[in-house]
Structure formats: C-alpha cells, structure tokens
Design a protein around this ligand. Structure first.
Ligand code: ACM
Ligand code: ZN
Length: 551
C-alpha cells in the first residue's frame, strides 16, 4: 500500500470511529467532533423556541425525558442560561414547498426530501435548526440518541458535536397489519413512536382483510359489528394443526382513528390507510353478502392465505359501497394517498359470475386481469376526484396500470422497475428484504412466515434497483418494511420481529448511500440495543451474531 492510500485508509477509519462514538442510527450525513467536553442536560435546562409549530418537537423531547429519565424541561421563548434552542431557519436547506411532487415539477435527481437539520452541542447550549418543522423534529431525534441510554441520574452529559443531516428518500415507511391480529390504539401509538425515533415518515395501516375489518364505517355498521370478529384462529403454521376457538376481534372507531392520525401528524408521520379491494374480501362479504359474486355464505376467516371470495366486479352496488367507504376514509385521513390493496385477487369467482362476465363483454375486456384493472381504474377516478392518489400492490400493473397510481413493489423489484419505466412512482417493499414477518435467523426461533430476512440482508438493501435506467430513478420514492401479523398475536412478538431490523431499515431510507457501512452499523447497534432496553421493547438479541445474509 502506498503512503497516500495508507493515509486515506487511516482517515476513513478515524471517520468511522468518530461516527461510531456517537452511535446515531440512522447515520447522519456529517458528524464532527469539534472539541472535547459535554453539555449537562438536567431539569434546569430549558427548551427555547419562538416559532409556532416547534412545540411539537419540544413536547416530544419532554415526553421522552419524563418517560425514560424521570424529568422534563421548562419551555421558554427567551434565552436561558442553559438552553436547548430550536429554530426554523428558512435560509438553509430545502423548503417544504420545493419538495412537493406536482405534475409540472417532477423531482430532478433521485427525489427531493425535506427534513434536513443541523445540530450543535457546545458549552453555550444545544442548537437545533432546520428549514422545516420536521427538520427540527429529526434534530430532536438525534439529540435523543446522544443521551446515555443507561443514564440513571438526573444530569445527562451530552457530548460536544456538530451534525449536519438530511434524509435520502422522501418515503420512509413501515406497515402494520391489524387485520390478522388486532393491535390496540395504545400499541399503534407506540409503533408510531418507534417510527418517529427512527426518522420515518409514513405509517401504512393495513385495516381490512379476510380475517377482520378494523375501521368503523358509519354507513355500513355491519362491517365492524360482524366483519371485525372471527370465532377462532388456526394454531401452528398454515394450514394449521388446530384452532384456538377463542374469538378474536377489534376495530377502531372513527374518533380513535382521528386521534391516531393526529398523534402521527404531531410526529411528522403521515398515515396511509389501506382498504383492500377487490380481493381479501371475506370479512366485508360476511357483513354484506350481496357484494360477492355468489352471495355466500361467507365467514370471517380463521385461517390465512388467499381466498376465492372476492368483491363482484360486475355488480354496481360494489362500486357504490366502495365510493361510500372512500368518502368516510378520505375524510378521516388527510394523507394524499389511499392504498387500495389490489394484491392476490383470484379470478375464480369472476370467471363463473354472469355479472362479471357481462361487465367484461360490455367494456370489451379481454380477460379477468383487465377486469381487475377496470375495477382499480374506476376507483382511482373516484379517489382522484377527491384530490387523493392511489397506491396499490404491484398486481395493479396487470391488465394495465391506472393512470396516476403509485405502485408498491412486493413480489421482488420488478413491479417497481416496471412502474418507474412507465413514469409512475414506486415504493420498494420487496419480500426478500423488506418483509419483517419472515424469520430473522435460520435457527427458526419462533413461528414465522417461511422466508428468511436477516438483519444484514435488510441493511444491504438498495432501494434504487440497479436494473433501472438512470432517467427513471427519480420515480423511486423510497422503501418500506411490511409487518404482516398472521404469526404475531401480541405487541411483544411484533417488537421482536421489527427490532433490530427497523433500525437497519432506517439507515437504508435515511442515510446517504456513501455513508452506509455494515461494520459501523453493527458497532452503533450495540448502543441501540441499550435504547430498546430503555424503552422496555422486545428485540432479537442475537441479531449481531446470527445475522449474516441469507444463503
Ligand atoms: C402482500 O404481501 N400480499 C402484499
Ligand atoms: Zn361477480
């Protein structure tokens, strides 16, 4: 090795060392340790901010401090002797407006993000500034990670540091299936906090499926009266070795939904509701059997997989039903997106149904895939008229993509690639990397879906597919991990399945490609384990030992 290379190598090592010392996940863009020393954070410290909106960040910090360290800080508008200063500085960074995706201004390079911030800890105080409120919020998340997770006394030494940071992708998401197993509002809020602590900004809420309809729709009360309850659940892996015969149910009232949406918005997280159509319909059909091709009988499913009972695409009442449902859903969720599912819709009943066949003749649809596309496009038109856009699983490509749809690529990356080539936005959630219902160790430590997605596999994920032509890369909005709960029937199991993989995901979607480093991540993760413990969250403790990539 020549001298120059040796020097470069040492510098890189030093840089990695410096980053590791601060143990921040996701890895910020720039971390500089300016001088030795620390700022003492205690109940004498005040949070100082003047601009409206920043109280959300101050209040998140205070809740965290009081929950995990037993003290909170006074908030003030004027400078304090010991202060954490939060400020909006519109002169630096990107503004919220410039990041908006509009028809006339498609994102230029990959995609534009908001949320950049700077944080400085020095003798005089802690200074967090950003162009946007969410930027300040992310600065607070980084500050939280500078606090010793083992610190039990009421004075926390925050090391001097200068950080500049920005997210790589504008869509940084986690999904949660509450249909296979219901999660309480309180756990959903905790899950949203986990997202916030990882600088994620989308929560995809899978609200309806064969095993339960979980959102109150006032015009169709039987959806929850009947559709939210099942008589039991299989035991063991599909097809199961028995049945619990224990009724399982639960749903969210519209008031609860509003509270969750606000809770998320206070953490700069957008909630995307998923209302499945035209498949995964058993729970809804059990409540309103006229919506199915055969008229039933139907049941809220006690087992998992894919079922032939789907919404009838030939019956006008199906569209009336979904338009009514969308009216209520659109009013509850301010998100620009509504996810309409679209996955795993067998065509068996449509093939036999005179109404579906008639629809195909009337509209000269050559096969049932085109009928599904007709269904989705018709719903898209309705949703677009309400000023919203649809997201669908990648099956919505089959039979022709709806004109303004965003595709969630789950059966590998092909769906995302195809969508982007057709100038449609895509969110990458490929099963082999982003399915947190798959096992995280080859040792098969608990009942899971059969796939294997180790921590290192998650960490290695690159959301921009290599096969994508350069000009189409801007259509990849980001990535998301999916948490299907067939084999997760309690919060502790959900935590076990998401941690530490969610921490790896946060780096995939937030950190610059250049700063991603598996060795450094492993070292920083050790401190993250201490944070999980501080949060009293369950996690896979052997992830660092048993996490090498799947064979
Ligand atoms: C899916 O996993 N069925 C989207
Ligand atoms: Zn039909």
């Amino acid at each position: 090795m020549n001298k120059f290379l040796l020097c470069l190598f040492t510098l890189l090592l030093l840089k990695a060392e410096l980053h590791a010392q601060f143990n921040i996940i996701p890895q910020p863009l720039e971390v500089n340790s300016t001088s030795k020393g620390s700022f003492n954070l205690s109940d004498k410290t005040q949070v100082v901010f003047k601009q409206q909106g920043l109280e959300k960040s101050a209040s998140f910090l205070n809740t965290y401090l009081s929950q995990f360290y037993g003290f909170s800080l006074k908030q003030s508008k004027t400078s304090a002797t010991q202060g954490i200063y939060l400020s909006l500085n519109n002169k630096t960074g990107k503004t919220t407006e410039s990041s908006k995706i509009t028809e006339s201004s498609k994102p230029a390079e990959t995609n534009q993000t908001t949320g950049n911030y700077s944080l400085e800890v020095k003798k005089e105080g802690i200074f967090i500034s950003a162009a946007t409120e969410e930027g300040v919020f992310y600065g607070v998340q980084t500050l939280i990670q500078l606090l010793d997770p083992n610190g039990k006394d009421k004075t926390l030494a925050v090391p001097f540091v200068k950080i500049k940071d920005e997210p790589r992708f504008q869509y940084r998401g986690m999904h949660l299936d509450v249909a296979r197993h219901f999660s309480t509002v309180s756990f959903v809020k905790k899950y949203i906090d986990y997202l916030a602590l990882h600088k994620m900004n989308y929560f995809h809420w899978h609200l309806t499926d064969d095993q339960g309809w979980r959102i109150e729709i006032k015009k169709y009360p039987k959806l929850t009266e009947i559709g939210s309850k099942r008589k039991g659940t299989i035991t063991g892996f599909l097809p199961g070795n028995g049945n619990t015969n224990i009724p399982h149910g639960g749903f969210y009232t519209q008031e609860e939904i509003k509270a969750v949406v606000k809770y998320a918005a206070d953490r700069y997280i957008t909630v995307i509701p998923e209302i499945e159509m035209p498949g995964h319909a058993s729970a809804a059909l059990t409540a309103y059997s006229y919506l199915g091709c055969t008229g039933g009988p139907y049941k809220v499913q006690e087992t998992f997989g894919v079922f032939d009972e789907v919404f009838c695409a030939g019956n006008e009442q199906t569209f009336t039903f979904f338009q009514d449902v969308i009216d209520e859903v659109a009013a509850l969720f301010p998100a620009k997106y509504i996810h309409i599912g679209g996955d795993e819709c067998p065509k068996t009943s449509w093939k036999k149904c005179p109404k579906c066949q008639q629809r195909m003749k009337d509209h000269q649809l050559k096969d049932e895939h085109e009928l599904q596309s007709y269904f989705v496009q018709r719903m898209e038109k309705y949703i677009n008229k309400k000023g919203k856009s649809i997201i669908g699983w990648d099956e919505i490509l089959e039979g022709g993509l709806a004109p303004n749809a965003t595709v969630m690529s789950w059966r590998g990356e092909e769906g995302g690639i195809e969508a982007a080539k057709q100038n449609h936005y895509a969110i990458m959630t490929p099963g082999n990397y982003m399915y947190f219902d798959y096992a995280q160790t080859a040792k098969r430590d608990s009942l899971t879906m059969p796939g294997l997605t180790t921590l290192e596999k998650v960490y290695s994920y690159e959301p921009i597919p290599a096969a994508l032509p350069a000009e189409s890369r801007k259509y990849i909005l980001g990535a998301q991990a999916n948490v299907w709960t067939e084999y997760m029937n309690n919060p502790s199991k959900i935590e076990y399945m998401i941690f530490p993989r969610m921490s790896a995901l946060s780096e995939v979607v937030w950190s610059s490609k250049e700063s991603r480093d598996w060795t450094s991540f492993q070292s920083r993760l050790k401190q993250q384990f201490n944070r999980y413990q501080l949060w009293n969250a369950n996690y896979y403790k052997d992830a660092l030992e048993n996490s090498s990539k799947a064979k």
